[in-house]
Write a protein that binds this ligand. Sequence first.
Ligand SMILES: C[S@@+](CC[C@H](N)C(=O)[O-])C[C@H]1O[C@@H](n2cnc3c(N)ncnc32)[C@H](O)[C@@H]1O
Length: 260
Amino acid sequence: MSKLHQVTSYLKYWLNAVDKHSLQAPFIYELYTGVIRPNNHQQHFESIERLRGQYKASDRAISVIDFGAGSKVASGNTRKIKDIASKGLTRKKYSEMLYRLCRFLEAKNIVELGTSLGINTLYLANNKNSMITTFEGSPAICEIASHSFQQMGTDNIHLIEGNIDHNLQAFVESSQPIDVAFIDANHRYEPTVTYFDTMLSKIHDQSCFIFDDIHWSGEMEQAWKEIRSHYRVSLSIDLYQMGLIFFNPDLRKQHYTLQF
Ligand SMILES: C[S@@+](CC[C@H](N)C(=O)[O-])C[C@H]1O[C@@H](n2cnc3c(N)ncnc32)[C@H](O)[C@@H]1O
């Protein structure tokens, strides 16, 4: 992301973002005050955060495959685990919010595109009644994610190794309706829009998709703008780091920029 784009997009967000006092419609008010905004740190996330801490301290270098948008961590195909853990993962505050969102929506079938070390996946998997299917392309990263899942004793995570561009379609064809999808893999226009289009065939009225890094680049801004304008999307929410879309036709088509 260019520094200028970063500054201008954040300034725009900051100027437009509203809080609960501007929300009139009952669903968005409840969603914001009861799910998005609360920051009540959960005891049962401590073990996940300890694991994150271990990765943040690891000097081990692994080779990774660059799938296109490049890395937010470093260039080249070798990365230290501590660099991935420090700069390439969803932050705790956002993972907690995603966990609450899945719980609120009573999500059973959750898809995550871009597993990385599996820390965010573990948050999603804390919803014990759900099955999380998570996709990661780099074999060395998959190995670490698998270790994360084993270490935490999870039995509701299915890790699919390989390029999402090649294996998402087949997964979607045989999948149950998708309740929640978190799209956090190749942060470029084309794959982002393709992932959205591919998963669209398995949505239902209560489905929710979350896109990470919607303001990361001009390409991502464009993808986010098109996706939230799609005729199937009713409610869209910009939290700057992430964008949420809902498909419920009972909700008025409306876009919110919310403080987070
Ligand atoms: C930003 S990280 C994911 C972070 C993780 N979701 C989290 O919340 O902590 C993106 C990951 O997606 C993977 N990735 C990117 N493009 C991919 C593709 N086309 N196929 C498979 N994996 C991909 C990268 O290897 C990287 O590990």
